[in-house]
Design a protein around this ligand. Structure first.
Ligand SMILES: Cc1cc2nc3c(=O)[nH]c(=O)nc-3n(C[C@H](O)[C@H](O)[C@H](O)COP(=O)(O)O)c2cc1C
Length: 356
């Protein structure tokens, strides 16, 4: 059900960061959302296998509110090794998609709609903003200190290709960011490999050789802290198998998917998100569930085929209780919702009630 969003899309990223969260996430109510049994995620006991992926939880205030509302696996939005400005407002817009967003539909481009109505799909475009490490490290500590028994808080991070950087400097930035992130003692780290324009091909996750280099260097730096890789939808199954063969024994799991990229225009044909390089942006919400589910099934199949042990976090299009169960049936070890949770702060509660 669509309610007041905890991230207000009518405000900028910075206003959300400073004034948010909104809606029920601002009411301070702590729900008793214990489940009848406990579960395991990345080797630790958890109250449930449900959370919010990297993105909508901009800082500790958002993470604390998510924990209070029973999202037991929240991830703090992707951070970098230095300050990085957000893209201009708006950063979130509703898009008009009926049914599944096929890759062909995405290639043809999408049109925005008036309001955040069912079927709920949105586009988001932030440019992975970051405050300086001293700020997010202190803030993340506050977020994780708020977790109760059975709640695990993750931290998403990525390396930055600062202007004129060589490949080696880029890799060093990944390692530096990983070290700064691990210093905050998160329950797990997630490397965001699905942000546009960071690899030699369109998305870093499709550049498997580079992903392997990054995963090796990051893993060597962070020691025992569990590491997830955040991956987009792979059209090419051979490439996905290569990723699993190269990194599947090294990392603790994969989160899949991020968004599906599409050109987004207003009904009059004008580019919807202002600024250079923003005609295409990531689409998420109900219409991408098929892609997340398919990727979970493929990862589970490849894990079996190659006799590996990694976890698979199912992300994409979870807007209701049924969607959660579909992901679990597909073999997901945990499930997360960004768009669905943003507009329904009680989604974790509803899912837990369905477990009784
Ligand atoms: C507002 C917003 C911000 C996001 N920011 C990030 C981010 O910083 N890092 C990341 O890895 N994914 C980010 N994502 C992608 C989500 O983690 C998720 O993969 C995607 O939205 C698909 O899930 P959904 O259909 O439940 O929204 C963001 C998504 C949204 C809606």
């Amino acid at each position: 059900m669509i309610k007041d969003a905890f991230y207000d899309p009518t405000k900028s990223y910075y206003d959300n960061y400073n004034e948010g969260p909104f809606g029920a996430f601002a009411d301070g109510e702590v729900l008793d959302t214990k489940t009848p049994k406990s579960y395991h995620f990345l080797g630790k006991e958890v109250n449930s296998l449900f959370g919010i992926p990297a993105g909508p939880l901009l800082n500790a205030k958002f993470v604390k509110a998510a924990l209070d509302k029973g999202f037991d696996l929240p991830i703090y939005k992707t951070v970098r090794s230095g300050v990085h400005e957000s893209h201009a407002y708006p950063n979130v817009l509703p898009v008009d998609v009926e049914g599944d967003l096929t890759l062909e539909m995405a290639d043809n481009g999408l049109i925005t709609k008036e309001d955040y109505t069912d079927p709920l799909s949105i586009t988001n475009s932030f440019g992975v903003p970051s405050y300086k490490p001293e700020v997010w490290q202190e803030d993340f500590s506050q977020a994780i200190n708020h977790a109760k028994n059975g709640q695990r808080v993750g931290l998403s991070f990525q390396g930055t290709k600062w202007p004129d950087a060589t490949l080696e400097q880029y890799l060093e930035d990944w390692v530096l960011t990983a070290r700064l992130a691990a210093e905050t003692k998160p329950d797990f780290l997630e490397a965001n490999l699905s942000c546009p324009n960071e690899g030699t091909t369109a998305l870093l996750c499709f550049d498997v050789d580079r992903v392997k280099l990054i995963a090796e260097r990051v893993k060597a730096e962070i020691g025992d802290t569990p590491l997830l890789l955040k991956i987009s939808y792979f059209k090419d199954n051979e490439l996905l198998e290569k990723l699993v063969k190269e990194t599947g024994a090294m990392v603790d799991g994969y989160s899949t998917i991020n968004t599906i990229s599409s050109a987004v225009r207003k009904p009059d044909g004008e580019q919807a998100l202002p600024g250079e390089g923003r005609l295409r942006s990531g689409v998420c919400g109900k219409s991408i569930k098929w892609a997340g589910l398919e990727m979970v099934e493929r990862f589970v199949g490849l894990r079996k085929k190659h006799n590996l042990n990694f976890s698979v976090v199912g992300v994409g299009g979870v807007v209701g209780v049924e969607d959660y169960h579909k992901y679990i049936e597909a073999g997901a070890d945990a499930v997360m919702s960004a768009t669905g949770a943003m507009w329904n702060p009680y989604l974790a509660k509803e899912i837990k009630q369905s477990l009784n």
